[in-house]
Design a protein around this ligand. Structure first.
Ligand SMILES: *Cc1c(COP(=O)(O)O)cnc(C)c1O
Length: 286
């Protein structure tokens, strides 16, 4: 029901609304921040290819996915043959054994979730074997909220990881830092500390490695806080449910929360598990 609704009319107008809000937020940015127009990544995880196509036909080029399997299938879906110019962002946790699959995705634009030297090294080797002319763009994911169940390197380690990538991974192009951050932060309490932490990491990296702020993107901000993220300097916001509607998992009918949790354990990261549970709850309460 929800999906049918969004599919017939919602995606285009939701997309325009998000883009307008992004433009307005960018105008509120202090002038000392790099004047980069923020990029919208439409997060299409769990959503069918026809919704991706619909957004694409409205001019959206960048899409994000968190599951390698789903990204692989969607990127090769026949519907998407019509989207020659699509640009995929991989934004989920990446296991080493999935590297060959993810780098085989046509039109892969960036992997946003590199968080260990080991993963970077393996990715560097694998990309090298493909003998592409371009380097593979990657972002380093930082666990700014220091929650145990979150992916990302610790803020203390991110400088060393970036330095490793720049000096020892010639097939990778370090492009920025990414954070998810604690969910449900109350913005009335002031600037989101996760975003401030990512900004601090960038400053530190610039100083220690002699890079310019403009060279390091900040991937932060999702449906609930993308405007705030842009106001404080995000260059890449990842917005899913505000564009495509709440995520539901179509194969499961009316399962209770506990069951959902168990089933999704192996296929979802903690973020989506929490969000899924929250969304299930929302649906139940309605
Ligand atoms: C799902 C997801 C998003 C999008 O979340 P919404 O709240 O639906 O906008 C952004 N980033 C990552 C890493 C995600 O997994």
């Amino acid at each position: 029901m929800r999906r049918a609704m969004a599919s017939s009319s919602g995606v285009g107008s939701a997309l325009r609304d998000v883009l307008d809000r992004m433009t307005a937020a960018a105008q509120r940015r202090p002038s000392d921040l790099p004047d980069l127009h923020p990029r919208l990544v439409a997060v299409s995880k769990t959503k069918p290819p026809d919704m991706v196509l619909e957004a694409y036909n409205c001019g959206q080029k960048h899409f994000g996915e968190n599951y390698v399997q789903e990204l692989e299938q969607k990127s090769r879906d026949t519907v998407l043959e019509k989207c020659q110019d699509i640009k995929w962002h991989f934004i989920g946790p990446l296991q080493s054994k999935k590297i060959p699959k993810v780098i085989g995705v046509p039109n892969l634009f960036v992997i946003e979730t590199i968080d260990t030297e080991k993963l970077a090294t393996k990715l560097n080797t694998a990309w090298g074997k493909l003998e592409k002319s371009d380097k593979l763009k990657i972002f380093v994911q930082v666990n700014t909220s220091k929650e145990e169940n979150k992916s990302g390197c610790s803020p203390d380690q991110c400088g060393a990881l970036v330095s490793h990538i720049i000096s020892s991974c010639p097939n990778l192009k370090f492009g920025g830092l990414m954070t998810i951050g604690a969910l449900g932060y109350d913005l009335s309490k002031g600037p989101n500390p996760d975003f401030q932490e990512l900004i601090r990491c960038r400053k530190e990296i610039c100083e220690s490695l002699g890079l310019r702020l403009e060279e390091i993107e900040l991937s932060m901000g999702m449906s609930n806080d993308f405007e705030h993220a842009i106001e404080v300097g995000s260059t890449n916001v990842r917005v899913g449910s505000t564009i495509f509607g709440a995520r539901t998992y179509p194969t499961k009918k009316s399962v209770d929360c506990a069951e959902t949790k168990d089933e999704s354990q192996s296929t979802t990261d903690p973020l989506d598990k929490t969000q899924n549970d929250m969304e299930k709850l929302t649906v139940t309460l309605k």
